[in-house]
Design a protein. Sequence first.
Length: 306
Amino acid sequence: MHKELPLIIECRCNEIAMRGDNTALPYSPKEIIREAVLAWKAGASIFHWHGRDPQTGKPRNDVELYLEVIQGIREQTDLLIHPTLGYITQNQIEDRVRHILAVNDDPVLRVDMAPVDFGSLNVDFWNPITKQFNSYDQVYVNSRENLKAVLEVFKKHNVYVSSVCWDVGQMRTARCFQEMGLLPQNTLWEFVFTGEVMPSGAAPTIAGLQAFIAEVPKDNQWLVLCWNGDVMRVASWAIALGGHVAIGLGDHHYSRFGKPHHGELVEKIAQMAHTLNREVATPAQTREILQLPQRSQLPTRATALV
Ligand code: ZN
């Protein structure tokens, strides 16, 4: 009988979300490290974040901001490190990968994976009350020329890539890049569902999930996330079907739980997994499942929680 793999939980702590009244949403490196440790203790094995201005929360690409987070996480946890790419999206490949390449020759600090979004999309927010978009010209540009250039850099520097797909067309595009030999065969597929205010992706429905799953190559791993929406229901289906889950305040405020930190959010996914009789993966198990090199010199949850 096929043995079910343990559940990989990824924490997505900030994205471009603003803090509002929940100070748990981290901007500064210290705040990001704090949330990473809380998420790790609760069961997360992958950590994803965006560089932000420590005071204003504005997007920042500075290598130093990334470096401080990477060092802090490596000192305290064995999390898989998965930073975003730099914010520039038009023909500025160096700015997108600078912080990743800056640590790539360091055996401890080098990141475990980097995400690539496999297409362009309109990202204006929808206001369901006024029945208007808040803007009409916001485009997240990822031309195939840029994708090719980024993937060539990552291949050259041996950086593992997770494939972030907002629809099945982006998955089909990513599979073309696999056939070109530019995207690893063992990529982690990240299915992006979107909430009502961001109608740029699939709604978190069973039918939407099935459409994504139908495009996954044999034996590849996949996870669900929900940008600007609540991931919990689609998370439960993913756990039951053998997929994995990403959650965080970067994607959704989860104010129905008060003002949660990432430890509480990850704990809810871990509890859901236990209820559905599925183990939660340690970072070492996650590296094994994704066929990534182990980082045996790092602190483990088992030793940290004693
Ligand atoms: Zn991100």
